[in-house]
Write a protein that binds this ligand. Structure first.
Ligand SMILES: Cc1cc2nc3c(=O)[nH]c(=O)nc-3n(C[C@H](O)[C@H](O)[C@H](O)COP(=O)(O)OP(=O)(O)OC[C@H]3O[C@@H](n4cnc5c(N)ncnc54)[C@H](O)[C@@H]3O)c2cc1C
Length: 417
């Protein structure tokens, strides 16, 4: 009882009102926390589904009211004080307070840091009227109008956002040019072999994908980029440019708080705690994952959402290790990709199904144990592979590859596989 009362007297301040911050605020209330909750976000809009911005929303297949995470009055109903359009410009652990860009100082007992990331930019890219990045809803609205008006959009970078925007543009009948420095698209996330699969997919759908290529010169006319010269010696006319070369984690507030940094983000323990009164979630969190025994920093929607929710529950109750395996998806054309786990350092891949066909799975192994699984139009493999990854049991590649193998059974009795 006294524990309960102490919990409700604490003031929780959440910095960043995106996937993770919004998830934390909502989960606090769902878990019965009745103390003050303040949610501060630089974005003037209430929470929204960012992943739609490169897919259905960009193609105008989804009205804006389906993009919001909540109804207009949800924060009010939940008793969450939402300070939208406000940036935290300073923070101190010693004073247990944050300072907003309007000069106000807010004290906290517990701070949740979920500041996400901002799109990376290259100094050589001119900031002209038809050159864009994509992160916020406002970016998405502007890019949508521009894509509809364009005929030859140029996408710099074939990571997930670049590849999805290129696919969307192609689905709208545009003639996208994609320029990627690496030899394959998505190679950093999925490895060379899957990168080849995606290269074939995009090219077969009519995207002009130039890999191992860079822009060497920007040709502008007035306030617009009109053409680019490429390292393959060609010159291409373009009427829109999207710079999609990844994000920089937003670490300014974390630095002010003097939090430890690792793996490009804020170092947290297994319970997502970065300091005794500070939790951290989402794109900036380098979480000590109990299954992998190392710090993972993942830039994906469901991870941010679930970490935020776990923090809300931890503050309202007891902190427990966060054990969820990272999971993400990407939709390009009619291909649904899902990926469970984390495979950096894999030393073997095992393919299940027809790798030249339109549905298959890939297991990523290290020392004979499954670290991650990728499903290409084959979502059920993901559902059945959780235990294989969580238990980290050694399994035979032949058993994994055989489509007749029951993967859940294999996790329970690996030696029989
Ligand atoms: C176009 C697009 C498509 C995507 N598609 C997918 C997908 O298909 N699948 C997938 O798994 N993931 C996808 N993602 C990634 C996913 O959206 C992110 O991983 C997720 O949003 C991260 O959540 P977060 O809460 O850490 O950060 P965010 O959602 O970025 O929220 C952070 C918030 O913090 C605010 N903030 C930052 N600094 C301050 C400050 N000093 N003061 C106040 N507020 C601050 C920011 O304004 C922002 O609103 C996509 C991302 C984009 C941009």
């Amino acid at each position: 009882m006294s524990e309960q009362r102490r919990a409700s007297e604490r003031r929780v301040v959440i910095v960043g009102a995106g996937a993770a911050g919004d998830g934390a605020a909502e989960a606090l209330r769902k878990a019965g926390f009745d103390g003050p909750v303040v949610l501060v976000g630089r974005d003037p809009h209430r929470g929204y589904h960012r992943p739609y911005l490169s897919k259905q929303f960009l193609r105008d297949e989804l009205p804006i009211d389906r993009v919001w995470l909540h109804h207009t009055d949800e924060y009010e109903k939940l008793g969450i004080e939402w300070l939208g359009g406000r940036t935290v410009v300073a923070a101190s652990r010693r004073d247990s307070s944050i300072t907003l860009d309007d000069g106000r100082t807010l004290p906290f007992d517990v701070l949740v840091l979920a500041t996400g990331g901002t799109p990376r930019w290259l100094d050589s890219v001119p900031r002209l009227a038809n050159v864009f990045a994509l992160r916020t809803l406002d970016d998405g609205v502007t890019l949508k109008q521009a894509v509809f008006a364009a005929s030859r959009p140029l996408v710099i970078g074939a990571g997930f956002i670049g590849a999805e925007v290129a696919a969307s543009a192609r689905m709208l009948g545009k003639e996208p040019l994609v320029v990627e420095l690496a030899p394959v698209p998505l190679g950093r996330a999925l490895g060379e072999e899957m990168g080849e699969v995606y290269a074939r997919l995009h090219r077969s759908r009519g995207v002009d994908l130039r890999t191992s290529t860079a822009v060497t010169e920007w040709v502008a006319h007035g306030d617009r980029v009109q053409a680019v010269r490429l390292s393959d010696g060609t010159t291409e006319e373009v009427d829109l440019v999207l710079v999609a070369i990844g994000i920089e984690p937003e670490l300014a507030v974390a630095r002010d708080l003097e939090l430890p940094l690792i793996a490009g983000g804020v170092e947290t323990d297994e319970t997502l705690r970065a300091a005794p009164t500070v939790y951290c979630a989402g794109d900036i969190a380098a979480h000590l994952h109990p299954v992998y025994g190392r710090h993972l920093r993942v830039e994906h929607w469901q991870v941010a959402r679930k970490q935020g929710q776990a923090i809300g529950q931890a503050i309202a109750g007891d902190p427990t290790p966060y054990q969820e395996l990272p999971w993400f998806w990407s939709d390009q054309y009619d291909v649904n990709l899902q990926y469970l786990g984390q495979a950096s350092g894999f030393d073997q891949t095992v393919w299940r199904g027809d790798r030249d066909g339109d549905r298959f799975s890939v297991f990523y192994l290290q020392d004979g144990r499954v670290q991650a699984v990728l499903a290409y139009n084959e979502g059920k493999t993901i559902r059945f592979s959780r235990d294989l990854i969580s238990r980290q049991v050694p399994v035979s590649p032949e058993a994994l590859a055989a489509e007749t193998t029951d993967l859940r059974e294999l996790a329970r009795h690996p030696s029989t596989g």
